[in-house]
Write a protein that binds this ligand. Sequence first.
Ligand SMILES: NC(=O)c1ccc[n+]([C@@H]2O[C@H](COP(=O)([O-])OP(=O)(O)OC[C@H]3O[C@@H](n4cnc5c(N)ncnc54)[C@H](O)[C@@H]3O)[C@@H](O)[C@H]2O)c1
Length: 255
Amino acid sequence: MTQSAPLQKRLEGKTALITGSARGIGLEIAAAFAAEGASVAVADLSLQDSAAAAADIALKTGAKTIALALDVSKEADCEKAVEETVKAFGKVDILVNNAGITKDNLVLRMKEADFDAVISVNLKGAFLMAKAAARLMLKARAGRIINISSVVGQAGQAGQANYSASKAGLIGLTKSLAREFAPRQVLVNAVAPGFIRTRMTEGLKDEARAKISELIPLGRMGEPGDVAKAALFLAGGDSAYITGQVLSVNGGLYM
Ligand SMILES: NC(=O)c1ccc[n+]([C@@H]2O[C@H](COP(=O)([O-])OP(=O)(O)OC[C@H]3O[C@@H](n4cnc5c(N)ncnc54)[C@H](O)[C@@H]3O)[C@@H](O)[C@H]2O)c1
């Protein structure tokens, strides 16, 4: 009887830094990458939350993990997070810009500070993190940057002008970075999730949830794992000829 070779894990030997990964979609991405052999830096606002998530992932997958505290809207924090990841793992192969916030309101009631805060975390944060990590990736002539956008950035949404603008901006950022970094084989793509069950959407009333599900051709809200699988594809060897793209994970909500 011939013995088949053990399946190689998809991210064996790679290192990944994922922002906003102490919970929700980011946590699911970090766990999925670790399960595929990556060493993972869990980075979030609170060191305590990052540490709990990093320990849990390490326990479940056996992967190497570190915990980092950062606010992605601060350049010094972003640079330090990259430095600490390099100190621990020697390099950063994959960056996932997942940290995001909402501060919803109708435009006429939206405060300038709420517009600025959302743009600052969701859009400027991704720019700062990409800038900090790209130095190494461009030198290594390899790397992946994955930006978590949203269906709201593609289609717009009443009550979310700030969030929608930040997520549409992320798509423009993704395409510009993809063009700028392609000569050095650094690939930059976005994932645009639809409505996914996390803390961000748990405030929705049952009625709103039912209405949303009716609008979704696949008839249900998504799970964080649905998004993590798309990110895993964009981080791994199967997407080596894909850059500057937006992968929608929305059950057909927006086509
Ligand atoms: N849940 C959805 O339906 C949905 C849909 C489309 C896109 N998204 C996007 O997916 C990403 C993850 O969302 P989620 O649903 O898991 O939300 P979540 O609120 O559960 O998680 C967001 C994480 O980001 C962290 N964070 C917030 N501000 C930060 C900052 N300044 N610096 C570092 N970390 C920060 C939070 O602490 C939290 O751990 C976000 O970018 C969100 O916009 C979510």
